[in-house]
Write a protein that binds this ligand. Structure first.
Ligand code: GUN
Length: 304
């Protein structure tokens, strides 16, 4: 087996999705519609700056008109809600993404509820969260779990009937991930266990998993002895680990102890180059869908 045989290559799968998305953007533009995506950032959190910058560059590459609104760290919730109201009303904006985390004085739940569900390309609005739980596919699914799902499907991993263990119960990844995979639907129908900080004997759960999805935010938490031989391991984690040998003083590592787990897993994602590119691919796809949805089907009246 060569070194890359058991890797699930998120970069190349994301590129495949970008090609499909670019084609849909071409069709929209041929109809006179340029998809628009607005990012909102509050404060100067360095990681958020990097993430939004990456999403902006990909938007530009694919031909999505993107703009970024930056509010100062001390901006009030009222100012942010007012901005969201303006973006909701702007017909040139099809998608709105308010980058998390928000400063502590702002009620994030209230902010995400203020984004129009039709422009909620993050899938954080309660209407879209509810649709996901109900199995209503007209909603937007949060980008990271949607990306993991697509990664599994396009890698030919069998999800139906699989024992899936999700580590982490966050609103952005863990909970929507479990909701997606437990649906009575094609490429779902899994038996899903969600583990969290108060779960007893996490390793016992992990060792049962055919598919293990690590999204708990603890560097190198998943070790080789927690993996069933041949299991599929997806690493969602992005953690900073001190490293004096590099200029920044830290490096990014996942939730999976890659080198040891690789010896036991059947397939696994590299990190970087696994889930990250897929998150961006799903955001672009959601934005294009929001733009497509904005073209109303002609009513009976307008056809006559
Ligand atoms: N911060 C980390 N991940 C995400 C995401 O998917 N969307 C937003 N808006 N903020 C994030």
């Amino acid at each position: 087996m060569t070194a890359s045989d058991n890797l699930i290559d998120g970069r190349s799968i994301a590129e495949q999705i970008h090609r499909e998305t670019a084609e849909r953007i071409g069709s929209l533009k041929a109809r006179g519609l340029a998809p628009g995506l607005t990012f909102v950032r509050v404060g100067e959190d360095p990681a958020s700056r990097v993430y939004v910058g990456m999403k902006e560059r990909m938007s530009q590459r694919l031909g999505i008109r993107s703009t970024t609104e930056v509010l100062p760290e001390g901006a009030t919730e009222g100012v942010l809600l007012e901005l969201i109201g303006r973006l909701n009303a702007d017909s040139g904006v099809h998608g709105i993404l308010v980058q998390a985390p928000l400063p502590r004085h702002i009620d994030a739940a209230r902010v995400y509820k203020a984004v129009s569900p039709d422009k909620d390309v993050d899938g954080f609005h309660p209407v879209n969260v509810g649709k996901l739980l109900l199995g209503d596919t007209t909603g937007f699914v949060p980008c990271t779990p949607a990306g993991v799902h697509e990664l599994l499907i396009r890698s030919g991993v069998r999800i139906e009937g699989a024992d899936v263990v999700v580590l982490g119960r966050g609103t952005i990844v863990g909970k929507p991930m479990a909701a997606l995979l437990v649906q009575k639907a094609r490429h779902a129908n899994a038996t899903v266990t969600v583990c969290h900080s108060l779960t007893r004997d996490i390793a016992v759960h992990c060792r049962r998993a055919d598919i293990l999805i690590a999204a708990l935010g603890v560097a190198r938490f998943v070790k080789a002895d927690m993996i069933k031989a041949g299991a599929v391991v997806i690493d969602v984690g992005v953690n900073r680990e001190p490293d004096s040998s590099v200029k920044t003083g830290y490096r990014l590592v996942g939730d999976v102890d890659f080198d040891s787990v690789r010896q036991v897993a059947g397939r696994l994602t590299p990190n970087p180059g696994g889930v990250g590119p897929m998150t961006i691919a799903m955001l672009m796809q959601n934005t294009v869908r929001a733009a497509e949805n904005s073209i109303r089907a002609p009513t009976l009246d307008s056809r006559t």
